[in-house]
Write a protein that binds this ligand. Structure first.
Ligand code: HBI
Ligand code: FE
Length: 302
């Protein structure tokens, strides 16, 4: 290994791991973040993403997100160091951030969450992928999720999701529970006195969806209802057709206390809803025009 310094070894690992998990070295799929191996170009991508998102989020992200961000060692200059994040998070809500190569198997993901460890992708997207990527990278996971983990309600809720995920897997109903995570932790909106605000990490880490979710007339904005959401399919490859809105983060804590088993039984065999469906029983805050996804469907039909 003479002549190969640690940084080079680490970058070789980055190259291998980015977007391609391969065989995990540890059973829990964690890896070293390899912070020293990030290149100037990688820190530069972080800066680009950080700066444009930081301009957009005031007045759009919820107060809890803004406060969490303010109290964490997350800035424009460099990709954050997970150890420093964990030091602050641990004191505040008992969470840690651990590095993973990308998506990990559901069970591994749930085990981490159940133990208040948030698995974060260690790689950063390439300059040509600023607005779309398939696997969660360090910008989505750290910029999007970690500020919310400073909030005690979200902190407990995500742990409960990890525990609930393990149970749901055994019951064969994970698809139902995953929808709840999707429409809250990833794409949730919150009603605050000044108006609708973002708390979902999938939105908060996306330049284009931040604007679409709040300002576009296309999507539906519907008051969150647990059973309704459990029955609603979602889009993984594009903006959501519907967003579900809660009134405060403590509502999520209430959700975490519910025994889902009877709900799973009740909705078993009932039909699922398409992502864009509005039901008569919905409390609709804004009925979407559906224009955005309608146009796309027309284009792909040609
Ligand atoms: N792995 N790293 C990572 N991040 C996720 O958000 C993630 C995952 N594995 C599975 C998964 N999410 C979801 O499919 C579960 O929440 C159902
Ligand atoms: Fe996420």
């Amino acid at each position: 290994m003479l002549g190969l310094d640690t940084a080079e070894v680490q970058s070789a690992k980055h190259g291998l791991a980015a977007g391609n998990a391969g065989q995990p070295q540890r059973a829990d799929w964690t890896i070293d973040q390899g912070w020293k191996a990030y290149t100037a170009a990688e820190h530069g991508v972080w800066r680009t993403l950080f700066e444009r998102q930081s301009k957009l989020l005031p007045g759009r992200a919820c107060d809890e997100f803004v406060e969490g961000m303010r109290n964490l060692p997350i800035g424009a200059d460099e990709i954050p160091d997970f150890r420093r994040l964990s030091d602050v998070l641990m004191k505040k809500t008992g969470w840690q951030v651990v590095a993973v190569p990308g998506l990990v198997p559901d069970e591994v993901f749930f085990e981490h969450l159940a133990h208040r460890r948030f698995p974060a992708g260690h790689f950063i997207r390439k300059p040509h992928e600023l607005d779309y990527l398939e696997e969660p990278d360090v910008f989505h996971d750290v910029f999007g999720h970690v500020p919310m983990l400073m909030n005690p309600a979200i902190a407990d809720y995500i742990q409960a999701y990890g525990e609930g995920g393990l149970r749901a897997q055994k019951l064969g109903v994970l698809d139902k529970l995953a929808r709840v995570y999707w429409y809250t932790v990833e794409f949730g909106l919150l009603r605050q006195p000044e108006g609708l605000r973002i708390y979902g990490a999938g939105i908060a880490s996306s330049f284009t969806e931040t604007v679409f979710s709040l300002d576009d007339t296309s999507p539906n904005r519907i008051v969150f209802d647990l059973e309704r959401v459990m029955r609603t399919n979602y889009r993984i490859d594009d903006f959501q057709e519907s967003y579900f809105v809660i009134d405060n983060l403590e509502q999520l804590l209430e959700l975490a206390k519910i025994d889902f088993a009877p709900l799973y039984r009740r909705i078993a065999g009932q039909p699922d809803f398409d992502p864009g469906t509005v039901r008569a029983s919905d409390v609709v805050l804004a009925r979407g025009t559906g224009r955005y996804h309608g146009d796309k469907r027309k284009q792909s039909a040609v």
